[in-house]
Design a protein around this ligand. Structure first.
Ligand code: NI
Length: 195
């Protein structure tokens, strides 16, 4: 992956994240299928902080200060410590998109970075700036999958007492149908009678 390809991919993916995060009600944005899952709003705010405090500074350190360590992060702890789910959904999405734009501008200013440079990590492993670039691009896709799963789970609940069964199976995320009496049980454990 070249820098130009990375920039193009991160720009396209920002649009895909926007498409999955906007146009939902406040209730849906804050909804989570179970206590351990994140809501759409939490995912968006996670992406915002990852942009500012993880991927961009970490790639900067690997390229320009390979002997130093980037400040530590706590992505899971920040979800509650920073109250992601209490934030405004539209403002949160705007924050992420503005931060992504800052990243794209910064990446365009890098010129010809050496993505293949060898950086020895404190624990002795060899790492390359290109690995961090690859992780940044891949990270978007992991969370795009999570956003799609949240849309799936929300929709299975929203269509009750009808069933989207004819759509096909969703492996690893979904529901069980009890035939008699007809009852739908979601992965979260919530259960509803269906027609
Ligand atoms: Ni993440």
């Amino acid at each position: 992956m070249t820098l130009d390809e990375m920039i193009a991919q991160l720009a396209i993916q920002a649009g895909r994240i926007r498409a999955l995060a906007e146009g939902v009600s406040d209730e849906q944005a804050r909804w989570k299928p179970d206590a351990e899952s994140w809501s759409i709003l939490e995912v968006v705010n996670h992406l915002y902080d990852e942009e500012r405090e993880d991927f961009r500074p970490r790639l900067d350190y690997l390229l320009h200060r390979p002997d130093e360590q980037a400040p530590p992060i706590d992505p899971q702890g920040w979800v509650t410590a920073r109250q992601y789910n209490q934030r405004d959904p539209a403002e949160s999405l705007d924050n992420f998109l503005a931060e992504r734009q800052r990243s794209l501008d910064w990446l365009r200013g890098l010129g010809a970075p050496d993505f293949a440079a060898e950086v020895i990590m404190p624990w002795g492993a060899v790492y390359h700036p290109g690995d961090m670039a690859a992780a940044w691009v891949a990270h978007d896709i992991l969370h795009l999958r999570q956003l799609v799963e949240l849309h799936w789970a929300w929709t299975q609940r929203a269509v009750v007492p009808f069933l989207g069964e004819y759509a096909g199976a969703w492996y690893g995320a979904g529901w069980r149908l009890m035939r008699w009496p007809r009852r739908l049980t979601l992965d979260s454990g919530e259960s509803y009678p269906v027609l």
